[in-house]
Write a protein that binds this ligand. Structure first.
Ligand code: TRP
Length: 473
């Protein structure tokens, strides 16, 4: 513990609030926004899904983002160390986050590798009238290519994380995130100006509630957690590099805002093109890798749009996967005093090998299943996104709401005068360590504090638990 504390003092920090926001928004904005969100909208009744998503985002996602970042900034340590400072009995919650990190990083970079392949082919083109469904299947089922692209993608991750918090993660996020936004705007303008694109816009904004089922709500909760990088300690770790002087509330809420804007913009960029070229909006995961390349091939300026689009995907995937790595690396640095270089190298090697079975899940190992009926890749995605992340969210709200420094609570304080009669009566929330951390020792205003406390104590654990149990059966 003592060594943990001395480590906390020498810890690196973001050079600015903007740096933190770009890095954390970079973690949040990823394949979840550009790949999963548009097809979930397509498959779940257009804006009906968007409405449900936004409600869950505001009432559960945003409060939990604040809670997770608060723990990190309080502890100034990796997930295990920071939860351990709240209570030594809670170290396992952080440990579970690290395990979740390993699982996420076993499959996420595989898709990063596919993006590299598509980026390469955007330059050299796939040839005359290619069959994109066939290209996708033959690439992902090839026994060596996906491993090579996984390797290249892992090396990029490795280099950024090895350079450190400020010179690596922050610096590259500050370049990639603004670039990503600009590219996304360009692509959106291009697809909105296609003939027939208006049908797609109508589809997005016309809610079809008949497509909403229990499954839709499950999908929306899972998506909130995944898209916000919530529940495994990635935001906690980024929060641990946040300076004690920053306004935690303000910095935290910009993350869900940017994340949601990008998800919506991506949907507006993709759906109109799908309609203009008469493809199936509910195509599912193949939307990005089969439908879009086919559309790019047919549209004016298609090659250019394809190159910039897959560059955008690459940036989004990279800034997210480095955040999965960083939690693990910071644990080795804080707890075992490894040098960043050694820690990153060790983690990168392990995850590259962990990724191989997932990379082969679409070919050589496609009949191997971990969970019944699911390939290795799908099982990892399911275990992390649908089980471990929501469970991490439940634990997060319980720790902050009920355990940390006595929990969040309301008290009536009665000061008696000399005769023993009540003199001053005050009602209020006890300013425990958690609230002091959020308000910088009471010097900053914390808007919506009572609502936040109510959600963290009651709404978040109960709703997520209900959905979680429903999900398992
Ligand atoms: N949020 C990222 C996305 O939408 C994925 C991600 C990055 C993530 N880090 C995470 C998900 C940590 C859960 C936990 O693609």
């Amino acid at each position: 513990m003592e060594s943990d504390l001395s480590q906390a003092k020498s810890r690196s920090h973001w050079s600015s609030t903007f740096g933190f926001v770009m890095a954390a928004a970079g973690s949040a904005v990823g394949l979840g926004n550009l790949w999963k969100f548009p097809y979930l909208v397509g498959a779940n009744g257009g804006s009906a899904f968007i409405v449900i998503y936004i409600i869950l985002l505001f009432f559960i996602g945003v409060p939990l983002v604040i809670a997770e970042i608060t723990i990190g900034r309080f502890g100034q340590l990796n997930p295990v160390g920071s939860f351990g400072l709240i209570s030594p009995r809670l170290k396992w919650v952080g440990g579970m986050g690290l395990v979740t990190g390993f699982i996420l990083i076993s499959f996420y970079p595989v898709v990063g590798g596919w993006i590299l392949y598509y980026l390469y082919h955007s330059f050299v083109s796939f040839g005359e009238n290619p069959d994109y469904a066939q290209i996708f299947t033959s690439y992902t089922s090839n026994p060596t290519y996906p491993i090579i692209t996984l390797f290249i993608f892992s090396v990029l991750n490795y280099l950024i994380v090895a350079l450190g918090v400020e010179k690596g993660i922050e610096k590259y996020s500050k370049i990639m995130m603004p670039a990503l936004l600009v590219i996304l705007l360009v692509v959106t303008i291009r697809t909105l100006t296609l003939n027939g694109s208006w049908e797609g816009v109508k589809f997005i904004f016309h809610p079809d509630f008949s497509k909403v089922t229990g499954k839709t709500i499950l999908a929306a909760v899972g998506q909130v957690f995944f898209s916000l990088s919530l529940g495994m300690g990635a935001l906690l770790t980024y929060g641990s590099y946040l300076s004690k002087k920053d306004n935690l509330f303000k910095s935290s809420i910009s993350i869900p805002i940017i994340d949601t804007l990008v998800a919506l913009l991506a949907t507006i960029a993709i759906m109109p093109a799908v309609f203009a070229f008469k493809f199936e909006p509910a195509a599912g995961p193949s939307l990005i890798f089969v439908t879009l390349p086919a559309i790019f091939a047919q549209m004016p300026m298609g090659t250019f749009i394809s190159v910039i689009f897959f560059t955008l995907m690459l940036f989004a995937a990279l800034t997210s996967s480095i955040s999965m790595l960083e939690g693990l690396v910071s644990y080795l640095i804080d707890r075992w005093h490894w040098k960043r270089f050694t820690a990153t190298t060790a983690v990168a090697i392990v995850i590259f090998f962990l990724g191989i079975p997932c990379a082969l899940s679409f070919g050589l190992l496609k009949d191997v299943s971990v969970l019944p009926g699911k390939t290795i890749f799908d099982s990892m995605d399911f275990i992390a996104s649908n089980i471990l992340l929501p469970f991490g969210g439940i634990m997060l709200s319980i720790c902050v709401g009920w355990i940390w420094d006595g929990g969040l609570r309301y008290e009536t304080i009665i000061v008696k005068n000399q005769k023993g009669n009540p003199d001053v009566v005050t009602n209020g929330y006890v300013f425990n360590s958690c609230l002091r951390e959020i308000t910088n020792q009471g010097t900053l205003n914390f808007p919506f504090m009572s609502a936040w406390i109510f959600i963290i104590k009651w709404v978040a654990p109960i709703v997520v638990l209900a959905i979680f149990i429903d999900n398992l059966y």
